[in-house]
Design a protein around this ligand. Structure first.
Ligand SMILES: Nc1ncnc2c1ncn2[C@@H]1O[C@H](COP(=O)(O)OP(=O)(O)OP(=O)(O)O)[C@@H](O)[C@H]1O
Ligand SMILES: [Mg+2]
Length: 225
Protein backbone atom coordinates (compact mmCIF):
# COMPACT_ATOMS: atom_id res chain seq x y z
CA UNK A 1 0.00 0.00 0.00
CA UNK A 2 1.33 3.38 -0.98
CA UNK A 3 0.39 6.56 0.81
CA UNK A 4 -2.71 8.51 -0.09
CA UNK A 5 -2.78 11.68 -2.15
CA UNK A 6 -6.47 12.04 -1.38
CA UNK A 7 -8.87 10.77 1.26
CA UNK A 8 -12.43 12.06 1.25
CA UNK A 9 -15.00 10.89 3.75
CA UNK A 10 -18.77 11.17 3.76
CA UNK A 11 -18.86 14.06 1.28
CA UNK A 12 -22.25 15.73 1.08
CA UNK A 13 -23.29 18.65 -1.07
CA UNK A 14 -26.64 20.40 -1.34
CA UNK A 15 -27.59 23.27 -3.59
CA UNK A 16 -30.43 25.60 -2.79
CA UNK A 17 -32.03 27.49 -5.65
CA UNK A 18 -34.99 29.62 -4.57
CA UNK A 19 -36.78 27.51 -1.98
CA UNK A 20 -35.75 24.17 -3.45
CA UNK A 21 -32.80 22.31 -1.93
CA UNK A 22 -31.30 19.44 -3.88
CA UNK A 23 -28.90 17.00 -2.28
CA UNK A 24 -26.45 16.18 -5.08
CA UNK A 25 -23.86 14.22 -3.09
CA UNK A 26 -25.20 12.06 -0.28
CA UNK A 27 -22.13 10.70 1.47
CA UNK A 28 -19.32 9.86 -0.94
CA UNK A 29 -16.14 8.16 0.28
CA UNK A 30 -13.17 8.09 -2.05
CA UNK A 31 -9.45 7.58 -1.58
CA UNK A 32 -6.66 7.82 -4.13
CA UNK A 33 -3.21 6.40 -3.58
CA UNK A 34 0.07 7.88 -4.76
CA UNK A 35 0.44 7.46 -8.51
CA UNK A 36 -3.03 5.97 -9.03
CA UNK A 37 -5.21 6.74 -12.06
CA UNK A 38 -8.84 6.79 -10.96
CA UNK A 39 -11.77 7.29 -13.30
CA UNK A 40 -15.03 8.64 -11.85
CA UNK A 41 -18.01 7.52 -13.92
CA UNK A 42 -21.65 8.44 -13.75
CA UNK A 43 -24.56 9.75 -15.76
CA UNK A 44 -24.96 13.39 -16.69
CA UNK A 45 -26.15 15.29 -13.62
CA UNK A 46 -25.00 12.61 -11.17
CA UNK A 47 -22.65 15.08 -9.44
CA UNK A 48 -19.27 14.18 -10.96
CA UNK A 49 -18.10 17.76 -11.56
CA UNK A 50 -19.44 18.79 -8.15
CA UNK A 51 -17.42 16.01 -6.52
CA UNK A 52 -14.25 16.83 -8.46
CA UNK A 53 -14.43 20.52 -7.46
CA UNK A 54 -14.78 19.52 -3.83
CA UNK A 55 -11.91 17.01 -3.97
CA UNK A 56 -9.64 19.61 -5.57
CA UNK A 57 -10.55 22.30 -3.03
CA UNK A 58 -12.26 24.54 -5.59
CA UNK A 59 -15.62 24.17 -3.88
CA UNK A 60 -16.55 23.30 -0.29
CA UNK A 61 -18.71 20.37 0.74
CA UNK A 62 -21.85 20.90 2.84
CA UNK A 63 -20.47 18.17 5.14
CA UNK A 64 -17.65 15.65 5.18
CA UNK A 65 -13.87 15.91 5.09
CA UNK A 66 -11.26 16.07 2.35
CA UNK A 67 -7.60 15.38 3.02
CA UNK A 68 -5.53 16.38 0.00
CA UNK A 69 -1.77 15.68 0.07
CA UNK A 70 -1.98 15.15 3.80
CA UNK A 71 -3.77 18.43 4.53
CA UNK A 72 -7.31 18.76 5.79
CA UNK A 73 -8.88 21.22 3.35
CA UNK A 74 -11.28 22.54 6.00
CA UNK A 75 -8.35 23.98 7.94
CA UNK A 76 -6.15 25.15 5.07
CA UNK A 77 -6.04 28.93 4.50
CA UNK A 78 -6.94 30.45 1.13
CA UNK A 79 -3.27 31.37 0.56
CA UNK A 80 -2.09 27.86 1.37
CA UNK A 81 -4.72 26.41 -0.96
CA UNK A 82 -3.68 28.81 -3.73
CA UNK A 83 -0.05 27.76 -3.24
CA UNK A 84 -1.03 24.07 -3.41
CA UNK A 85 -2.86 24.77 -6.64
CA UNK A 86 0.18 26.55 -8.12
CA UNK A 87 2.62 23.78 -7.19
CA UNK A 88 1.10 20.43 -6.33
CA UNK A 89 -2.43 20.15 -7.67
CA UNK A 90 -3.59 20.85 -11.23
CA UNK A 91 -7.09 20.98 -12.63
CA UNK A 92 -8.25 20.52 -16.22
CA UNK A 93 -11.78 21.83 -16.67
CA UNK A 94 -14.62 20.40 -18.72
CA UNK A 95 -14.90 23.55 -20.89
CA UNK A 96 -12.93 26.70 -21.70
CA UNK A 97 -9.70 25.73 -20.10
CA UNK A 98 -7.40 28.36 -21.51
CA UNK A 99 -7.20 32.09 -20.91
CA UNK A 100 -8.53 33.45 -24.24
CA UNK A 101 -6.26 36.49 -24.61
CA UNK A 102 -3.02 34.61 -23.85
CA UNK A 103 -1.13 32.51 -26.42
CA UNK A 104 -0.75 28.77 -25.94
CA UNK A 105 2.78 29.33 -24.60
CA UNK A 106 1.66 32.07 -22.22
CA UNK A 107 -1.12 29.81 -20.96
CA UNK A 108 1.33 26.98 -20.28
CA UNK A 109 3.72 29.16 -18.27
CA UNK A 110 0.98 31.10 -16.45
CA UNK A 111 1.06 29.04 -13.22
CA UNK A 112 4.87 29.19 -13.24
CA UNK A 113 4.85 32.98 -13.63
CA UNK A 114 2.25 33.27 -10.86
CA UNK A 115 4.61 31.25 -8.72
CA UNK A 116 7.38 33.78 -9.35
CA UNK A 117 9.57 31.76 -11.71
CA UNK A 118 11.85 33.67 -14.09
CA UNK A 119 11.21 33.75 -17.85
CA UNK A 120 14.21 31.51 -18.67
CA UNK A 121 13.17 28.79 -16.22
CA UNK A 122 9.59 28.97 -17.52
CA UNK A 123 10.83 28.54 -21.09
CA UNK A 124 12.95 25.51 -20.18
CA UNK A 125 10.07 23.83 -18.33
CA UNK A 126 7.59 24.61 -21.11
CA UNK A 127 9.90 23.17 -23.78
CA UNK A 128 10.39 20.04 -21.71
CA UNK A 129 6.67 19.49 -21.12
CA UNK A 130 5.77 20.28 -24.72
CA UNK A 131 8.35 17.80 -25.98
CA UNK A 132 6.96 15.13 -23.65
CA UNK A 133 3.40 15.74 -24.84
CA UNK A 134 4.26 16.33 -28.48
CA UNK A 135 2.96 19.90 -28.35
CA UNK A 136 5.48 21.86 -30.35
CA UNK A 137 3.80 23.82 -33.04
CA UNK A 138 1.35 26.68 -32.74
CA UNK A 139 2.60 27.80 -29.35
CA UNK A 140 2.17 31.41 -30.44
CA UNK A 141 -1.48 30.89 -31.36
CA UNK A 142 -4.33 32.15 -29.23
CA UNK A 143 -6.72 29.43 -27.99
CA UNK A 144 -9.36 30.33 -30.60
CA UNK A 145 -6.69 29.72 -33.27
CA UNK A 146 -6.23 26.13 -32.05
CA UNK A 147 -8.36 23.04 -32.69
CA UNK A 148 -10.17 21.45 -29.76
CA UNK A 149 -7.58 18.68 -29.53
CA UNK A 150 -4.72 21.18 -29.60
CA UNK A 151 -6.39 23.26 -26.89
CA UNK A 152 -6.81 20.18 -24.72
CA UNK A 153 -3.13 19.24 -25.14
CA UNK A 154 -2.08 22.78 -24.21
CA UNK A 155 -4.29 22.50 -21.12
CA UNK A 156 -2.51 19.23 -20.26
CA UNK A 157 0.87 20.88 -20.81
CA UNK A 158 -0.12 23.66 -18.41
CA UNK A 159 -1.37 21.13 -15.87
CA UNK A 160 1.91 19.23 -16.08
CA UNK A 161 4.27 22.24 -16.13
CA UNK A 162 4.10 22.71 -12.37
CA UNK A 163 5.24 19.11 -11.80
CA UNK A 164 2.16 18.35 -9.68
CA UNK A 165 1.52 15.29 -7.53
CA UNK A 166 -2.08 15.06 -8.66
CA UNK A 167 -4.12 16.28 -11.63
CA UNK A 168 -7.91 16.47 -11.57
CA UNK A 169 -9.55 16.27 -14.99
CA UNK A 170 -13.21 16.92 -15.74
CA UNK A 171 -14.18 15.18 -18.99
CA UNK A 172 -10.85 16.00 -20.66
CA UNK A 173 -12.03 14.39 -23.89
CA UNK A 174 -15.62 15.62 -23.77
CA UNK A 175 -15.42 18.00 -26.71
CA UNK A 176 -13.14 15.84 -28.89
CA UNK A 177 -13.87 13.35 -31.65
CA UNK A 178 -13.05 9.71 -31.07
CA UNK A 179 -9.50 9.78 -32.47
CA UNK A 180 -8.49 13.02 -30.70
CA UNK A 181 -10.06 11.69 -27.52
CA UNK A 182 -8.03 8.51 -27.80
CA UNK A 183 -4.82 10.54 -28.27
CA UNK A 184 -5.52 12.57 -25.14
CA UNK A 185 -6.18 9.36 -23.20
CA UNK A 186 -2.86 7.90 -24.41
CA UNK A 187 -1.12 11.06 -23.17
CA UNK A 188 -2.83 10.78 -19.80
CA UNK A 189 -1.69 7.16 -19.52
CA UNK A 190 1.89 8.26 -20.17
CA UNK A 191 1.69 11.16 -17.70
CA UNK A 192 0.53 8.67 -15.08
CA UNK A 193 3.00 5.87 -15.84
CA UNK A 194 6.11 7.82 -16.79
CA UNK A 195 5.79 10.81 -14.46
CA UNK A 196 4.04 8.98 -11.63
CA UNK A 197 1.40 11.71 -11.35
CA UNK A 198 -1.87 10.61 -9.72
CA UNK A 199 -4.88 11.34 -11.93
CA UNK A 200 -8.52 11.69 -10.94
CA UNK A 201 -10.58 11.88 -14.11
CA UNK A 202 -14.31 12.33 -14.58
CA UNK A 203 -15.74 10.75 -17.69
CA UNK A 204 -18.90 9.15 -18.93
CA UNK A 205 -17.05 7.10 -21.51
CA UNK A 206 -16.50 3.49 -20.45
CA UNK A 207 -13.83 3.20 -23.16
CA UNK A 208 -11.87 6.11 -21.68
CA UNK A 209 -12.37 4.87 -18.13
CA UNK A 210 -10.61 1.68 -19.23
CA UNK A 211 -7.33 3.61 -19.35
CA UNK A 212 -7.53 4.16 -15.59
CA UNK A 213 -6.17 1.75 -13.00
CA UNK A 214 -9.42 1.94 -11.02
CA UNK A 215 -13.00 2.97 -11.72
CA UNK A 216 -15.45 4.52 -9.28
CA UNK A 217 -19.07 4.89 -10.31
CA UNK A 218 -21.45 7.38 -8.74
CA UNK A 219 -25.19 7.33 -9.07
CA UNK A 220 -27.88 9.17 -7.15
CA UNK A 221 -25.25 10.90 -5.00
CA UNK A 222 -23.43 7.82 -3.73
CA UNK A 223 -20.65 5.50 -4.90
CA UNK A 224 -22.30 2.40 -6.33
CA UNK A 225 -19.14 0.48 -7.24
N1 LIG B 1 -23.97 25.92 -8.61
C1 LIG B 1 -25.04 25.12 -8.64
N2 LIG B 1 -26.21 25.51 -8.14
C2 LIG B 1 -27.29 24.70 -8.14
N3 LIG B 1 -27.30 23.45 -8.62
C3 LIG B 1 -26.15 22.99 -9.14
C4 LIG B 1 -24.96 23.79 -9.18
N4 LIG B 1 -23.98 23.06 -9.74
C5 LIG B 1 -24.52 21.87 -10.04
N5 LIG B 1 -25.82 21.81 -9.68
C6 LIG B 1 -26.72 20.66 -9.83
O1 LIG B 1 -26.07 19.52 -9.33
C7 LIG B 1 -26.30 18.38 -10.14
C8 LIG B 1 -24.99 17.72 -10.51
O2 LIG B 1 -24.25 18.60 -11.35
P1 LIG B 1 -22.80 18.22 -11.88
O3 LIG B 1 -22.35 19.36 -12.74
O4 LIG B 1 -21.93 17.86 -10.74
O5 LIG B 1 -23.11 16.92 -12.75
P2 LIG B 1 -22.17 16.04 -13.66
O6 LIG B 1 -22.25 14.64 -13.18
O7 LIG B 1 -20.82 16.66 -13.75
O8 LIG B 1 -22.90 16.14 -15.07
P3 LIG B 1 -22.28 16.19 -16.57
O9 LIG B 1 -21.88 14.78 -16.90
O10 LIG B 1 -23.45 16.64 -17.41
O11 LIG B 1 -21.15 17.16 -16.59
C9 LIG B 1 -27.13 18.86 -11.31
O12 LIG B 1 -28.46 18.49 -11.11
C10 LIG B 1 -26.97 20.36 -11.29
O13 LIG B 1 -28.13 21.01 -11.74
MG1 LIG C 1 -19.78 17.65 -15.29
Amino acid sequence: MGSFVLQAKDIRKSYTVGDVTAEVLKGVDIAVEDGEFVAVLGESGSGKSTLLYILAGIDKPTAGSVELLGRDLASVSDEELAAMRRREVSFVYQFDNLVPHLTAYENIILPLRLDGKKEKECRDIALDVCEFLGVGERLNNLPRQLSGGEQQRVALARALATDPKVIFLDEPTGSLDRERGRQVMELLGRINREKGVALVMVTHSAAHAAYASRRVEISDGVVVK
